[in-house]
Design a protein around this ligand. Structure first.
Ligand SMILES: Nc1nc2c(ncn2[C@@H]2O[C@H](COP(=O)(O)OP(=O)(O)OP(=O)(O)O)[C@@H](O)[C@H]2O)c(=O)[nH]1
Ligand SMILES: [Mg+2]
Length: 344
């Protein structure tokens, strides 16, 4: 039966997709439930919305009994140029890699199930940062129920395996199945990586499921120091059918870890833009980060929400433009561009 979703509902759903803060998302979900047409064709969707409301309400209110209320909320507020989730089976070295890349003090243990809460950390790359979120493991037997909510703000994932452990051949499909049961799909298509086979990954539907999450993913074959056979990644790919771009590394020795930031940065097509005040000399401060294809209007919105509304034109210095060229809000910015915003 067609769902015949109304404009009000679609507006609430669009707001849900945009919302990053858990409390805002909860408000959007309630609005979705209020505005969804109540008939048989939307039964499943109504049930899904109710489940999400319950999960998010529980998560926001912290542990229900015993422990203090107001405990940890499991969604990490995005910071930096992008948020990347560290996923993987138990003991694969997620936390070790997190600690090496971000300098975090996340718990590392020689036994499974060391990590219980999301731990954010910042991976520096040139003059920007990517946020990496260490997460508890996912196995055939168990996945923390809140992980799905915590993945909502993520821009991508690192799927970390212990390549020296033959069990990773079973662990990877089990993890993908656990995530898929909650409508989270790890896909191999990144905006900045050419991939002719990519179209097969995407959902092509007039009514896309609002709860479907697709995360572009790198396979990280960790513990290469214990297993220097370069063929093992290919064997893992053949046996499991996964074809993510891969990184071979050792969180322990640091081998292969140095270019992870750069590869993520490129794959995400992050564009850095430096702002300048009219009439003042340019000072290279921290850049604002957008994605390839984004415009002056997108930059203005990051600087201040009122700027986006009041924007008249900009002067830009950078690739493919004359120094100080005047451009409109639709001008597509390039990496390293200097932007001077002029308001009404
Ligand atoms: N030899 C070697 N050991 C590693 C490497 N990375 C992690 N380890 C060890 O593997 C064990 C597990 O590391 P963790 O970083 O806690 O693994 P995890 O994936 O976070 O584990 P959970 O939080 O339980 O899911 C620890 O004893 C680490 O010292 C590596 O690259 N090489
Ligand atoms: Mg861990």
């Amino acid at each position: 039966m067609p769902a015949n979703l109304t404009a009000d509902y679609r507006k609430a759903e669009a707001a849900y997709r945009e919302a990053r803060d858990p409390a805002d998302r909860l408000a959007c979900l309630k609005e979705m439930l209020r505005t969804i047409p109540k008939h048989k064709g939307t039964d499943h969707l109504q049930a899904d919305i109710k489940t999400r409301i319950k999960e998010l309400t529980d998560d926001l209110s912290g542990p229900a009994k015993g422990a203090r209320r107001g405990g940890p909320v499991h969604a990490v507020r995005p910071e930096g140029a992008a948020q990347i989730a560290l996923l993987g089976p138990p003991n694969a070295g997620k936390s070790s890699l997190h600690a090496r890349l971000t300098g975090s003090k996340t718990d590392i243990g020689p036994y499974p199930l060391t990590t219980h809460e999301p731990v954010p950390g910042m991976l520096p790359f040139e003059d920007t940062h990517l946020q990496l979120v260490d997460l508890p493991p996912i196995s055939a037997d168990f996945m923390e129920p809140w992980i799905v909510n915590s993945l909502q703000p993520a821009d991508g994932a690192l799927l970390i395996v212990d390549i020296s452990d033959p069990e990773c051949v079973d662990q990877v499909p089990a993890l993908l199945e656990q995530l898929a049961s909650k409508k989270v799909y790890l896909v191999h298509r990144w905006p900045g990586i050419d991939d002719p086979a990519a179209a097969a990954d995407t959902e092509d539907d007039e009514n896309p499921d609002p709860f479907r999450i697709e995360l572009p993913t790198f396979l990280v074959a960790n513990k290469s120091d214990l297993d220097p056979d370069p063929d093992d990644v290919r064997i893992l790919e053949e046996l499991t059918g996964v074809n993510y771009p891969s990184i071979v590394c050792s969180a322990q020795t640091g081998d292969g870890c140095d270019d992870i930031g750069q590869r993520l940065h490129r794959a995400l097509q992050i564009v850095r833009v430096y702002t300048k005040s009219p009439g003042k000399p340019f000072q290279r401060d921290k850049p604002f980060t957008v994605r390839r294809g984004d415009t002056i209007h997108d930059v203005a919105r990051l600087v201040h929400k009122d700027f986006a509304r009041g924007l008249r034109f900009a002067r830009v210095w950078g690739e493919g433009v004359f120094d100080g060229q005047q451009v409109g809000p639709d001008h597509v910015v390039s990496d390293g561009e200097i932007v001077e915003l002029h308001l009404k």
